[in-house]
Design a protein around this ligand. Structure first.
Ligand SMILES: Nc1ncnc2c1ncn2[C@@H]1O[C@H](COP(=O)(O)OP(=O)(O)O)[C@@H](O)[C@H]1O
Ligand SMILES: [Mg+2]
Length: 430
């Protein structure tokens, strides 16, 4: 029976930070498996901390006084991996000037950690299976069967069953390795551990680089906990190092932290792009929510504009009272997606031009298949149609007033001559 206190002491010994249930569970399984001689398969994403588990297993086993060797199967060229693991005889291949012992021979009585086992070539897999089954191996270029007693611990960040399906990994070997599976959870599934780890890393870096430690406010901590960390703890460590070195303001808020977190492909990146971040409330906005919001805002603006046009129509033009009354609307427009130019260049702001911009913005969203969005768009469209009618009437009035002199009519309407010309054609005004 392993107690929580024993788990804590193992964490301390191996510098493992974190307290999440999934992490504790993984450590518990490692501790239970350690004294048995069973083969262990450690799975987990890259950077999630698989390596420490192999060390825990070896050092809590009866082989702890034996050798421990960690080998990254992905880093050894296919042509030499057999020789590295099982040794070779002199002259067995070009360049084999001396006989050499392989790791399985040298580690007799100890443990071998085979990292990235999914990268092991099929030929080597056959040799490994033989060692696991009966402790036998043959050096490259030899015919003599040798014996060894090695405990094998393996790790992978790929789905080995998929590799089996693709014919890249032996099925019999997979089941043989997977006697005791240990799942190391990704960082994003460890809740507040990410904050503890960040604190630990920035603390370490502040010592290393003799800089003031970084501290995160509550919002920044939230962002950290919601971030996906595809590179897991390795990535977090890099980010902690960057911030420790580069950030002038040591009290880091959400916005500052976001600068160091690469954009994610999911919707979670949107709130950061919008620069909210001061509150956690907006974090779960999906792309669709945002689109709805834009459309609803647009609809509201459209109604305001409709009112404005009506008023100005009834008053025979836009006067300063109307402008003032709807000032908020113009300010919105200015910072939003409408054309800025007419408002800046001409004090008598062009309503019709804005209407046109609004409409085209609404219609641009027609591609979306969401029924409710289409409904909104169509309603916008209806609004636009009646507004178009009003717009046409205003243009006709202005032209009449100025004896069909476009220059003056345009100036009166607050639009450029070019726009007026386009609109005359568009509405087929004689
Ligand atoms: N729980 C943890 N606490 C502190 N550091 C950790 C923890 N897990 C992993 N690390 C560190 O993160 C880095 C990546 O771990 P590593 O075992 O190499 O990942 P993997 O082998 O799964 O790709 C290493 O520097 C390791 O020391
Ligand atoms: Mg590794």
């Amino acid at each position: 029976m392993i107690t929580p206190a024993e788990i804590q002491s193992v964490k301390q010994r191996y510098g493992i930070i974190g307290n999440s249930p999934l992490l504790n569970q993984a450590i518990l399984v490692a501790m239970q498996a350690a004294p048995t001689d069973m083969t262990v398969l450690i799975t987990g994403e890259s950077g999630s901390g698989k390596e420490s588990f192999s060390k825990i297993i070896h050092s809590l086993s009866l082989r702890k006084h034996g050798k421990f060797i960690a080998i990254n199967c992905g880093a050894i060229p296919e042509g030499t991996i057999d020789s590295e693991l099982f040794g070779h005889e002199k002259g067995s291949f070009t360049g084999a000037h001396e006989a050499r012992k392989g790791y399985f021979e040298v580690t007799d009585g100890g443990s071998i950690f085979l990292d990235e086992i999914g990268e092991m070539p099929l030929g080597t897999q056959a040799r490994l299976l033989r060692v696991l089954e009966n402790g036998e191996f043959i050096k490259v270029g030899s015919s003599k069967v040798q014996k060894t007693n090695v405990r094998v611990i393996t790790a992978t960040n790929v789905n080995l069953l998929k590799a089996v399906e693709k014919g890249k990994f032996r099925e019999d070997l997979y089941y043989r390795l997977n006697t005791v599976p240990i799942f190391v959870p990704p960082l994003r599934e460890r809740g507040e551990d990410v904050v503890l780890l960040f604190r630990k890393f920035t603390g370490d870096f502040s010592e290393k680089y003799h800089v003031k430690p970084i501290s995160l406010d509550a919002d920044a901590q939230n962002i950290l906990m919601r971030y996906g960390f595809p590179g897991n703890i390795r990535q977090l460590k890099n980010i902690a190092e960057q911030i420790s070195l580069l950030e002038e303001n040591r009290d880091v808020n959400a916005q500052t932290l976001s600068k160091y977190l690469p954009a994610e492909s999911s919707a979670s990146r949107l709130p950061m792009a919008l620069g909210s971040g001061s509150s956690g409330d907006h974090i779960d906005f999906s792309e669709r929510d945002l689109l709805y919001k834009v459309l609803f805002d647009m609809k509201k603006d459209m109604n305001d504009l409709k009112k404005l046009v009506l008023e100005s129509y009834q008053n025979g033009g836009i006067n300063s009272t109307i402008m003032q009354k709807h000032q908020g609307l113009f300010e919105d427009m200015d910072s939003g997606f409408s054309q800025k130019e007419p408002m800046e260049s001409n004090p008598s702001y062009s309503v019709p031009l804005v209407l046109e911009t609004q409409k085209s913005n609404a219609l641009n969203n027609e591609d979306y298949e969401e029924e409710s969005i289409e409904d909104i768009v169509h309603e916008e469209d209806d609004n636009s149609l009646s507004l178009e009618k009003k717009e046409k009437e205003m243009i006709v009035r202005a032209l009449r007033k100025h004896n069909n002199k476009r220059k003056y009519a345009a100036s009166d309407l607050g639009i450029s001559e070019r726009t007026l010309y386009r609109k005359i054609k568009q509405y087929e005004i004689e």
